[in-house]
Structures are given as C-alpha cells and as structure tokens.
Design a protein around this ligand. Structure first.
Ligand SMILES: NC(=O)c1ccc[n+]([C@@H]2O[C@H](COP(=O)([O-])OP(=O)(O)OC[C@H]3O[C@@H](n4cnc5c(N)ncnc54)[C@H](O)[C@@H]3O)[C@@H](O)[C@H]2O)c1
Ligand SMILES: Nc1ncnc2c1ncn2[C@@H]1O[C@H](COP(=O)(O)OP(=O)(O)OP(=O)(O)O)[C@@H](O)[C@H]1O
Length: 462
C-alpha cells in the first residue's frame, strides 16, 4: 500500500521517474495476470479430479463456516468489541462532494475496504483509511498494544497445572490458598488437581471443579481469569478447553521471576490495567469425502499454535493440494504442511524453516515440512483467507492432521481440511508488553542470534 501511495504522490508531482515506475508496475501487473490465468487453467484441470458435487459441497460448508463465524463474532464481541474486524465505510456517504474533489485534483476516485472474512460489507464499519490528494493515510493500525482494564473486580480464577511436576504442585497449593484467604477469590481447578489438593488436606474442599466434560463448555461464562502453571504446553492445554471466548490467561513458567513473585504479579494483574497479547487461533474443520451431506461435518477444532498435515507412519511422500479462497496455491509433496498462527511461529513452524513472526501480526503461516523441491519456500497469508488442504484421489497414501501436536485425525483420499482465523483469540497477560515479551521469549527460550562477540584486536577496516 505504501508503495502505491508513493507512486501516486510522485505521479501527481509530474516526475519522470514515477512514470517509469508506473510502467514497471504495469508490466508486473500484466505478468501477474498472465500467471493467474495459467494458474486458473491448472486449477480447473485439478478441479476436474473432484466431482462437481464434492466441490459444491466443500464450497457450501466453507460458506456455512464463514456465516457462522461472522454471527459468532457479533455475539461475542458486540458492535465495537476488540475482536471485531474494522472495515472502511462501504457506502458512498458523500459521493457528490467526493466527485467534485476528484474533478478538482483530476484524479480517479477509489476506496479501500477492509471486510470481515474478505466480504465487502460488514457490521463494524469504521474509517481507518483516508484518501486526500492522492495520499493514503491510515487513521488506526490493527496491531497496537492492547490493554485490559477491569470494569469490576475479578472474582473467579481457574488454574491449570502441568501434570506430574512436584514443583508445580507445590506452587499450585500455595497459590490456591493465597487467592482464597487473601484475595477472597473463588478458585476452580481441573478434577485431577482437586483430587491432588484434597490428598494434601481437607482444608482444600473450597476448591471447585467440574464433573462432566459438558460443563467445560460453560466455563467461560463464570471464569474471570485463567492461570497456567507449566510451560507453553500448559497454555495450549488451557486454550483448548475454550471452544469459544477465552478469559484472560496469566501464564507462569516455573523457576521464572514472576512465579517466584507470584503475589505481586497477580496483584498487578487483578488491579489492572495490564498489557495483553491477543493471540489469534485457527479454526479447523475436517470435511470427509464419505460424509453424505454438509451437516455431517465434524466439530471444528481451534488451535493456538498450528495444525499439521503430515504423512504419519506412512513412508510415502504426502501429496496435498492447497487452495486459498478460490485460488489454487500449490501441491505439497514432502513430509507435510504446517498451517500456523503467528503465536505458533516460534514452535513447529520455526523448526520447519518458517519465519518467526510477532504474535500480534495477524496472519497465517504456510510452512512445508521437508518439501521434496528446491524452491518451496514458506509463505505468510493474511488473516482473512480460508485455506483448504485436500488429499487428492490420486494420492498414494493417507495423510494425518494433528492439532497443537495432539488429537491425530486420519485424512483419506477426498477428505479436506478447511482452516481460517477463529473469531476467539486467546488474551494472554504480558509481563511488560507484547513486543518486550516476544523478544524476551526468543532470546531466552530460543537463544536467538546468540553469538560470541568478536574480539577488539585483529584486522580493522579502513
Ligand atoms: N520439530 C518440532 O519442533 C516439533 C515437533 C512436534 C511438535 N512441536 C510443537 O510442540 C507443540 C506442542 O507443545 P507441547 O508442549 O504440548 O509438546 P511437547 O511437550 O512435545 O513440547 C514441545 C516444545 O515446543 C515448545 N513450544 C510449544 N509451543 C511453543 C511456542 N508457541 N513457541 C515456542 N515454543 C513452543 C514447548 O515449550 C516445548 O518445549 C506443537 O504445537 C508444536 O508446535 C514441535
Ligand atoms: N493440565 C494439563 N492436563 C493434561 N496435560 C497437560 C496439562 N498441562 C500441560 N499438559 C501437557 O503436558 C506437556 C508438557 O507441558 P508443558 O509444555 O507446559 O511443560 P514443560 O515441560 O514445562 O514444557 P517446556 O518445554 O515449555 O518447558 C504438554 O504436552 C501438555 O500438553
């Protein structure tokens, strides 16, 4: 966008160099158009491998998912909720004056749109772009630091703990007691943890839990705050408990400064306002070829890190076709493919050669695993696209999908996995702010760019 703005500004100033630049852009556009036409042709050839009814069914399911998502977004975020996607006002509110303005500066009018899931119309309309005299300026940016301010006192906390860890167990019982006695909070834990606490003493009988799995789906309605005691895996576990909206999550990793000073840190969080990172999740649907109609689709699965489609125990190459919205992306021939969130960019995707991306950047990483091709580089798609990974009928073997490293599902020939951005992100409390925490995690967790400093003595540049 900035490049286009720059080019437009230069044209209006009548610079010859801009004319050359415009000619270059035009040439690139023609090339791109030619390439798209070729891809379309390839896509239609590939599409002919699918029966017309199957393609139609996949499209129906995709549309149903998108419809459901926008309904849910409205329900969960309200009109001006933080998860709402902001879009530019779509209606021509003052077309005459804009037309007059365009005549006076001799430029063609155009508008830019932000839409929910790529749609041009949406509920949440807000001007975030203005167009004045050929300059494009954004009034707001989507990736600002977000703060959480409590409107009323948080009263209910749910604690998740990593299993089989003595130090986690000790910290958990201490924290539970402190939250109850000193902060008068209602404390929930998982049934396993409650049983462990009761083994320590009956004074923990105030701790609440749930008996049936169905109750988990109502947790978000009564929990104000989630605390995790463990590593990244415990945060993934906690997030997986919430199939819809997620309360703010405060992660504690054992041995860290914040876990040693947990009282001060929790007090800061309970008082607010605090910086949070809004971690996007992906919503994955497995569509079976054998499903008789679109109602047979399986429950969607939400992932905080990634969904992986790989060869499982098969020794054959995976063969997958990938589509982005209605465009053919590529065929994956290799060990598999990772569709990752930006939060997950420092996990499996990183190990497969994907880039590390700040978790507040909205996007979907597309990272092949050991592709048998010299030119297959990872990609990052914008947040609003829907990706479809299809096991073609001529694939030699089945593929396996796994979600945040768990819950493997077999994908047979003809099955597909549809993946889009989920409307319910995971808000995690920051120690300082999103950027500071991200940099700290890659420095301390991954030792990013750690290198011995070069000694001062030795050859010098002139
Ligand atoms: N080759 C690999 O690097 C590889 C292979 C399989 C799975 N994984 C990752 O493991 C995750 C599951 O984690 P788990 O704890 O349940 O399994 P686990 O106990 O096997 O731990 C995997 C490791 O990945 C780290 N990790 C997880 N999410 C991370 C993130 N967002 N950023 C940085 N590091 C992260 C964890 O801290 C842990 O050290 C999967 O979502 C996947 O990303 C990585
Ligand atoms: N409450 C829970 N119930 C069941 N399994 C859990 C729970 N919390 C975490 N796990 C699982 O335990 C494993 C280890 O968790 P976690 O990553 O938090 O531990 P860790 O050893 O501290 O990891 P790290 O490498 O990040 O330091 C993960 O596979 C995770 O899914």
């Amino acid at each position: 966008m900035r490049t286009v703005a720059k080019a437009l500004r230069r044209v209006s100033e009548g610079k010859a160099s801009a004319q050359m630049e415009a000619a270059e852009w035009k040439r690139k556009y023609e090339l791109e158009r030619e390439r798209n036409l070729q891809l379309k042709h390839k896509e239609s050839v590939l599409d002919s491998c699918l029966s017309a009814s199957q393609t139609e069914r996949l499209e129906n399911v995709k549309n149903r998912i998108l419809r459901h998502q926008s309904e849910q977004v409205e329900k969960c975020c309200g009109k001006h909720g933080i998860c709402s996607h902001e879009i530019l006002w779509n209606e021509d509110t003052d077309s005459r004056s804009r037309f007059a303005h365009s005549m006076s500066i001799g430029k063609a009018l155009f508008r830019l749109y932000w839409g929910c899931n790529g749609e041009k119309n949406g509920q949440h309309k807000r001007d975030i772009v203005s167009f004045e005299r050929g300059n494009i300026t954004t009034a707001e940016r989507s990736s600002k630091q977000i703060f959480l301010k409590w409107e009323s006192r948080p009263r209910t906390v749910l604690i998740f703990t990593k299993p089989n860890s003595v130090s986690v167990r000790a910290l958990c019982s201490e924290m539970v007691r402190w939250l109850k006695d000193h902060r008068k909070m209602d404390v929930y834990v998982e049934p396993r943890v409650r049983a462990e606490l009761l083994m320590e003493g009956s004074e923990f009988s105030f701790v609440q839990t749930w008996e049936h799995d169905e109750e988990i789906s109502h947790l978000h309605a009564k929990i104000d705050l989630v605390v995790t005691l463990g590593g990244d895996g415990t945060v993934l576990w906690a997030a997986s408990m919430f199939k819809g909206p997620v309360p703010p999550v405060v992660p504690f990793s054992l041995g860290s400064l914040e876990s040693e000073n947990y009282k001060e840190y929790l007090d800061t969080v309970l008082k607010g306002p605090i910086s949070i990172t809004l971690r996007h999740r992906l919503q994955c649907h497995v569509i079976r070829e054998s499903a008789k109609d679109e109602l047979d689709t399986e429950e969607p699965i939400l992932v905080l890190n990634e969904v992986t489609i790989d060869r499982g125990i098969s020794s054959y190459l995976t063969y997958l076709e990938v589509y982005c919205d209605n465009s053919f992306v590529t065929c994956v021939q290799g060990d598999g493919l990772i569709l990752s969130t930006t939060s997950g960019s420092t996990a499996y995707s990183l190990a497969a050669g994907g880039s590390m991306v700040h978790p507040q950047v909205p996007g979907m990483l597309f990272t092949p695993i050991c592709p048998h091709s010299l030119s297959f580089r990872p990609l990052i798609f914008p947040e609003y696209v829907t990706l479809r990974v299809q096991v073609p009928f001529n694939s030699r073997g089945h593929a396996w999908a796994s979600f945040d490293g768990k819950d493997r599902k077999e994908l047979a020939a003809g099955d597909a996995l549809i993946c889009s951005m989920a409307p319910w992100p995971v808000p995690t409390a920051c120690l300082v702010d999103s950027t500071h925490d991200f940099l700290r995690s890659i420095h301390e967790g991954l030792h990013w760019n750690l290198r011995k400093s070069q000694s001062f003595d030795g050859p010098r540049g002139s």
